[in-house]
Design a protein around this ligand. Structure first.
Ligand SMILES: Nc1ncnc2c1ncn2[C@@H]1O[C@H](COP(=O)(O)OP(=O)(O)OP(=O)(O)O)[C@@H](O)[C@H]1O
Ligand SMILES: [Mg+2]
Length: 262
Protein backbone atom coordinates (compact mmCIF):
# COMPACT_ATOMS: atom_id res chain seq x y z
CA UNK A 1 0.00 0.00 0.00
CA UNK A 2 1.26 3.46 -0.77
CA UNK A 3 1.68 6.15 1.85
CA UNK A 4 -1.23 8.59 2.06
CA UNK A 5 -0.40 11.89 0.39
CA UNK A 6 0.33 14.59 2.98
CA UNK A 7 -2.04 17.54 2.85
CA UNK A 8 -1.00 20.49 0.75
CA UNK A 9 0.88 23.15 2.69
CA UNK A 10 -1.19 25.99 4.13
CA UNK A 11 2.06 27.86 4.85
CA UNK A 12 5.36 27.76 2.97
CA UNK A 13 8.54 29.63 3.84
CA UNK A 14 11.26 29.64 1.17
CA UNK A 15 14.77 30.88 1.96
CA UNK A 16 13.59 33.45 4.48
CA UNK A 17 16.24 35.72 5.96
CA UNK A 18 15.60 38.25 8.70
CA UNK A 19 17.79 40.49 10.83
CA UNK A 20 17.67 43.01 13.62
CA UNK A 21 20.00 45.74 12.38
CA UNK A 22 23.35 44.05 11.93
CA UNK A 23 22.26 40.87 13.77
CA UNK A 24 21.23 38.16 11.32
CA UNK A 25 18.66 36.09 13.12
CA UNK A 26 17.48 33.61 10.48
CA UNK A 27 19.56 32.64 7.49
CA UNK A 28 17.61 31.06 4.69
CA UNK A 29 14.82 29.19 6.46
CA UNK A 30 12.56 26.99 4.32
CA UNK A 31 9.70 25.04 5.80
CA UNK A 32 6.25 23.73 4.97
CA UNK A 33 3.25 23.45 7.25
CA UNK A 34 0.66 21.01 5.84
CA UNK A 35 -2.97 21.99 6.30
CA UNK A 36 -4.39 20.40 9.44
CA UNK A 37 -1.01 19.38 10.85
CA UNK A 38 0.88 20.27 14.00
CA UNK A 39 4.43 21.31 13.06
CA UNK A 40 7.10 22.08 15.60
CA UNK A 41 10.34 24.04 15.27
CA UNK A 42 12.84 23.14 17.98
CA UNK A 43 15.91 25.12 18.86
CA UNK A 44 18.10 26.58 21.57
CA UNK A 45 17.94 30.09 23.04
CA UNK A 46 18.68 32.53 20.26
CA UNK A 47 18.32 29.97 17.45
CA UNK A 48 15.74 32.19 15.75
CA UNK A 49 12.44 30.53 16.68
CA UNK A 50 10.61 33.69 17.72
CA UNK A 51 12.04 35.49 14.70
CA UNK A 52 10.48 32.93 12.36
CA UNK A 53 7.07 33.52 13.96
CA UNK A 54 7.51 37.30 13.80
CA UNK A 55 8.25 37.19 10.08
CA UNK A 56 5.14 35.06 9.50
CA UNK A 57 2.84 37.31 11.52
CA UNK A 58 4.18 40.47 9.89
CA UNK A 59 5.80 41.98 12.98
CA UNK A 60 9.19 41.78 11.28
CA UNK A 61 9.78 42.07 7.52
CA UNK A 62 12.10 39.47 6.03
CA UNK A 63 15.06 40.78 4.05
CA UNK A 64 14.95 37.90 1.60
CA UNK A 65 12.78 34.93 0.75
CA UNK A 66 9.07 34.37 0.43
CA UNK A 67 6.21 33.42 2.72
CA UNK A 68 3.04 32.01 1.17
CA UNK A 69 -0.19 31.43 3.08
CA UNK A 70 -3.07 29.69 1.31
CA UNK A 71 -1.16 30.18 -1.91
CA UNK A 72 -0.75 33.96 -1.56
CA UNK A 73 2.41 35.90 -0.73
CA UNK A 74 2.13 37.51 2.71
CA UNK A 75 5.64 38.77 3.35
CA UNK A 76 5.80 42.49 4.12
CA UNK A 77 2.05 42.76 4.73
CA UNK A 78 0.93 44.39 7.90
CA UNK A 79 0.05 42.30 10.95
CA UNK A 80 -3.68 43.16 10.98
CA UNK A 81 -3.99 42.03 7.36
CA UNK A 82 -2.27 38.78 8.21
CA UNK A 83 -4.64 38.17 11.14
CA UNK A 84 -7.59 38.76 8.80
CA UNK A 85 -6.19 36.20 6.40
CA UNK A 86 -6.32 33.61 9.17
CA UNK A 87 -3.05 33.58 11.12
CA UNK A 88 -2.92 34.42 14.80
CA UNK A 89 -0.14 34.18 17.33
CA UNK A 90 0.11 33.54 21.05
CA UNK A 91 3.31 35.46 21.77
CA UNK A 92 6.25 34.36 23.89
CA UNK A 93 5.87 35.57 27.46
CA UNK A 94 2.07 35.69 27.25
CA UNK A 95 1.71 39.47 27.00
CA UNK A 96 -1.87 39.66 28.17
CA UNK A 97 -3.35 43.10 28.84
CA UNK A 98 -2.94 43.16 32.63
CA UNK A 99 -5.46 45.92 33.39
CA UNK A 100 -8.22 44.52 31.20
CA UNK A 101 -10.52 41.81 32.47
CA UNK A 102 -10.00 38.25 31.36
CA UNK A 103 -13.16 38.44 29.25
CA UNK A 104 -12.06 41.69 27.60
CA UNK A 105 -8.68 40.16 26.80
CA UNK A 106 -10.55 37.43 24.94
CA UNK A 107 -12.65 40.04 23.14
CA UNK A 108 -9.46 41.83 22.04
CA UNK A 109 -8.49 38.65 20.23
CA UNK A 110 -11.65 38.95 18.13
CA UNK A 111 -11.09 42.57 17.12
CA UNK A 112 -10.90 41.80 13.41
CA UNK A 113 -14.23 39.95 13.42
CA UNK A 114 -17.76 41.19 12.89
CA UNK A 115 -19.64 37.88 13.38
CA UNK A 116 -20.79 38.63 16.92
CA UNK A 117 -22.86 35.50 17.45
CA UNK A 118 -19.98 33.27 16.47
CA UNK A 119 -17.62 35.31 18.66
CA UNK A 120 -19.92 34.61 21.61
CA UNK A 121 -19.86 30.89 20.79
CA UNK A 122 -16.07 30.96 20.53
CA UNK A 123 -15.85 32.55 24.00
CA UNK A 124 -17.84 29.59 25.29
CA UNK A 125 -15.57 27.22 23.42
CA UNK A 126 -12.29 28.57 24.81
CA UNK A 127 -13.85 28.73 28.28
CA UNK A 128 -14.72 25.06 27.92
CA UNK A 129 -11.07 24.30 27.13
CA UNK A 130 -9.88 26.43 30.06
CA UNK A 131 -12.70 26.72 32.66
CA UNK A 132 -10.61 29.00 34.87
CA UNK A 133 -11.06 31.73 32.25
CA UNK A 134 -14.81 31.61 32.88
CA UNK A 135 -14.43 31.58 36.65
CA UNK A 136 -12.15 34.64 36.45
CA UNK A 137 -13.92 36.35 33.54
CA UNK A 138 -14.36 39.69 35.34
CA UNK A 139 -11.00 39.78 37.08
CA UNK A 140 -8.02 41.79 35.79
CA UNK A 141 -5.86 39.51 33.66
CA UNK A 142 -2.74 40.74 35.47
CA UNK A 143 -3.94 38.92 38.59
CA UNK A 144 -3.91 35.50 36.92
CA UNK A 145 -1.03 33.12 37.63
CA UNK A 146 1.61 32.60 34.94
CA UNK A 147 0.03 29.37 33.76
CA UNK A 148 -3.43 30.91 33.67
CA UNK A 149 -2.05 33.83 31.65
CA UNK A 150 -0.59 31.32 29.22
CA UNK A 151 -4.07 29.78 28.84
CA UNK A 152 -5.50 33.24 28.26
CA UNK A 153 -2.86 34.06 25.67
CA UNK A 154 -3.59 30.90 23.68
CA UNK A 155 -7.33 31.48 24.01
CA UNK A 156 -7.04 35.09 22.89
CA UNK A 157 -5.20 33.94 19.77
CA UNK A 158 -7.98 31.40 19.13
CA UNK A 159 -10.59 34.16 19.36
CA UNK A 160 -9.34 35.42 16.00
CA UNK A 161 -10.76 32.13 14.64
CA UNK A 162 -7.48 31.35 12.89
CA UNK A 163 -6.78 28.70 10.29
CA UNK A 164 -3.17 28.74 11.47
CA UNK A 165 -2.23 29.24 15.12
CA UNK A 166 1.36 30.23 15.97
CA UNK A 167 2.46 29.25 19.46
CA UNK A 168 5.71 30.59 20.90
CA UNK A 169 6.97 28.33 23.69
CA UNK A 170 3.70 27.61 25.48
CA UNK A 171 5.64 25.52 28.04
CA UNK A 172 7.79 28.44 29.18
CA UNK A 173 7.80 28.82 32.94
CA UNK A 174 5.09 26.22 33.54
CA UNK A 175 5.17 23.13 35.73
CA UNK A 176 5.51 19.81 33.87
CA UNK A 177 1.93 18.95 34.78
CA UNK A 178 0.46 22.21 33.49
CA UNK A 179 2.64 21.97 30.37
CA UNK A 180 1.18 18.54 29.65
CA UNK A 181 -2.35 19.83 30.14
CA UNK A 182 -1.77 22.73 27.77
CA UNK A 183 -0.22 20.48 25.12
CA UNK A 184 -3.17 18.10 25.39
CA UNK A 185 -5.53 21.00 24.72
CA UNK A 186 -3.38 22.20 21.81
CA UNK A 187 -3.82 18.74 20.33
CA UNK A 188 -7.59 18.88 20.91
CA UNK A 189 -7.82 22.29 19.23
CA UNK A 190 -6.04 20.80 16.25
CA UNK A 191 -8.06 17.60 16.05
CA UNK A 192 -11.49 18.96 17.00
CA UNK A 193 -11.37 22.37 15.31
CA UNK A 194 -9.05 21.54 12.43
CA UNK A 195 -6.75 24.45 13.30
CA UNK A 196 -3.27 24.03 11.81
CA UNK A 197 -0.58 24.69 14.41
CA UNK A 198 3.01 25.89 14.20
CA UNK A 199 4.61 25.47 17.59
CA UNK A 200 8.12 26.63 18.51
CA UNK A 201 9.58 25.04 21.61
CA UNK A 202 12.61 24.21 23.68
CA UNK A 203 10.72 21.37 25.34
CA UNK A 204 11.68 18.91 22.61
CA UNK A 205 10.27 15.74 24.13
CA UNK A 206 6.74 17.03 24.56
CA UNK A 207 6.76 19.00 21.32
CA UNK A 208 7.83 15.96 19.29
CA UNK A 209 5.23 13.82 21.06
CA UNK A 210 2.53 16.35 20.14
CA UNK A 211 3.56 17.31 16.61
CA UNK A 212 3.26 15.47 13.31
CA UNK A 213 6.36 17.04 11.74
CA UNK A 214 9.46 18.60 13.28
CA UNK A 215 12.22 20.96 12.19
CA UNK A 216 15.42 21.62 14.09
CA UNK A 217 16.84 25.12 14.00
CA UNK A 218 20.42 25.95 14.94
CA UNK A 219 21.93 29.43 14.66
CA UNK A 220 19.22 30.57 12.27
CA UNK A 221 19.33 27.55 9.95
CA UNK A 222 17.21 24.42 9.64
CA UNK A 223 19.59 21.51 10.19
CA UNK A 224 17.13 18.62 10.29
CA UNK A 225 13.49 17.90 9.45
CA UNK A 226 11.15 14.94 9.32
CA UNK A 227 8.15 13.21 10.86
CA UNK A 228 8.19 14.05 14.58
CA UNK A 229 8.19 10.40 15.64
CA UNK A 230 11.24 9.70 13.46
CA UNK A 231 13.12 12.75 14.73
CA UNK A 232 12.51 11.67 18.30
CA UNK A 233 14.28 8.38 17.49
CA UNK A 234 17.39 9.88 15.88
CA UNK A 235 20.55 9.55 17.93
CA UNK A 236 21.75 13.13 17.62
CA UNK A 237 18.28 14.46 18.43
CA UNK A 238 18.10 12.18 21.44
CA UNK A 239 21.53 13.19 22.65
CA UNK A 240 21.29 16.88 22.03
CA UNK A 241 17.61 17.76 22.31
CA UNK A 242 16.22 15.03 24.50
CA UNK A 243 19.33 14.35 26.56
CA UNK A 244 22.41 15.86 28.07
CA UNK A 245 25.15 15.93 25.45
CA UNK A 246 26.95 19.21 24.91
CA UNK A 247 27.46 19.39 21.15
CA UNK A 248 24.63 19.95 18.67
CA UNK A 249 24.14 18.84 15.11
CA UNK A 250 26.17 21.95 14.39
CA UNK A 251 28.46 23.13 17.11
CA UNK A 252 28.14 23.98 20.74
CA UNK A 253 25.00 23.58 22.76
CA UNK A 254 23.71 27.05 23.55
CA UNK A 255 20.58 26.61 25.57
CA UNK A 256 21.57 25.43 28.99
CA UNK A 257 20.55 28.66 30.64
CA UNK A 258 17.04 28.60 31.95
CA UNK A 259 15.06 31.47 30.59
CA UNK A 260 13.33 33.83 32.98
CA UNK A 261 10.31 36.05 32.51
CA UNK A 262 10.93 39.49 31.17
N1 LIG B 1 14.83 42.89 19.05
C1 LIG B 1 16.04 42.36 18.79
N2 LIG B 1 17.12 43.13 18.55
C2 LIG B 1 18.32 42.62 18.26
N3 LIG B 1 18.58 41.28 18.20
C3 LIG B 1 17.55 40.45 18.44
C4 LIG B 1 16.23 40.93 18.76
N4 LIG B 1 15.42 39.86 18.96
C5 LIG B 1 16.20 38.78 18.78
N5 LIG B 1 17.48 39.12 18.46
C6 LIG B 1 18.59 38.20 18.16
O1 LIG B 1 18.19 37.36 17.08
C7 LIG B 1 18.59 36.03 17.31
C8 LIG B 1 17.37 35.10 17.29
O2 LIG B 1 16.50 35.46 18.37
P1 LIG B 1 15.11 34.78 18.63
O3 LIG B 1 14.42 35.59 19.66
O4 LIG B 1 14.43 34.53 17.36
O5 LIG B 1 15.55 33.37 19.24
P2 LIG B 1 14.68 32.21 19.92
O6 LIG B 1 15.03 30.95 19.22
O7 LIG B 1 13.26 32.60 19.96
O8 LIG B 1 15.30 32.17 21.38
P3 LIG B 1 14.59 31.90 22.79
O9 LIG B 1 14.47 30.41 22.93
O10 LIG B 1 15.58 32.46 23.77
O11 LIG B 1 13.27 32.61 22.82
C9 LIG B 1 19.35 36.04 18.62
O12 LIG B 1 20.72 36.13 18.31
C10 LIG B 1 18.85 37.28 19.31
O13 LIG B 1 19.82 37.82 20.17
MG1 LIG C 1 11.93 32.97 21.44
Amino acid sequence: MSEPMPNEPILTLANVEAAYGAVKAIRGVSLKVPKGAIVTVLGANGAGKTTILKTISGILDPQKGSIAFKGEAIERRDPADIVRRGISQAPEGREVFPLLSVRNNLMMGAYTRSDRDQVARDIELVESYFPILKERADQDAGLLSGGQQQMLSISRALMANPDLLLLDEPSLGLSPKLTQEIFAIVKRINRERGVTILLVEQNAALALATADIGYILELGRIVMEGPAAELAEKDDVKEFYLGQKDVGVRGQRRWKKKKMWR
